[in-house]
Ligand binder design. Sequence first.
Ligand code: SF4
Ligand code: SF4
Length: 304
Amino acid sequence: MPAPEPPANGYTRRDSVVLGFFALAAAAMSTGCATDKLALDEFVQKHFKDLSGDELKDRLAQMEKRYSEEYGKSVKVSATPPLPGVLFGYALDLSRCIGCRRCVYGCVEENNLSRDPQTHWITVLEMDKETGVDLRHADAYYDHETVPHPGKFYMPVACQHCENPPCVKVCPVQATWKEPDGIVVIDDDWGIGCRRCLAACPYGARRFNWGKPSIPPDELNPNTEYLGNRPRQRGVVEKCSFCLQRTRKGLYPKCVEVCPVGARKFGNLLDPDSEIRYIIENKRVFILKDELNTQPKFFYYYGL
Ligand code: SF4
Ligand code: SF4
């Protein structure tokens, strides 16, 4: 009888669960250690969407305990559901943005991004006013003493929360999906680190943690969400979550709040009286890579 074919990606969630289960079971039996027992429980967890109310409560409590011990402070992990009748959208006024990167660093603090190595969910691109939007010749590493630099304009880019997200389609274990409020989320504990989603995203919006993210405990934002800004581990993918820990509670994303020139707008696309709807209906908005039919919910415009 021929040997069974290996999986196309060489590695499946089932493989990782089975191998991990035996390794952890052996460790828990030999040491009797509570941490090993906790890790064992996490390995045999159900998919986030299949958890019952009590199972979810237990899962969140386990995480709060683990993070609180790790960071030496009380960390809250919530799982706030999407609000009914809401589809979130974003708009950015390119005529206002001055390229100061305050949004980048506000995002780092709010969303518990690694300080060393540095991870950024937002990239601000610098381009020539003369040539207009040209992503191929954009500079993400500009370093001027003052901004805006003469002759340049700035285009911040992050996850576009596509209505038709290619990153979701390629995930072999359904560790990333689109929520009813339009936010594309990732369950770090379910992903297997295969990085297919990174390759599939045409906007370069996803980041992979090659090393363990590092956040000084006194800088950790303790108000976290399971599908949002809870601390990540090595070997997982992360990206902007439209600050769901804030926006599902009626607050603006942090980047909107910290932008000194009001370039960033956010709101409910289903609300005809919202500012975001006004912009889409009254300004000449455009989306990136329209031809790919990803249908971003992130719109750019010139407010003048
Ligand atoms: S921008 Fe990239 S990561 Fe975000 S939803 Fe679209 S394809 Fe996915
Ligand atoms: S904070 Fe506002 S002005 Fe500064 S780079 Fe971000 S969007 Fe542009």
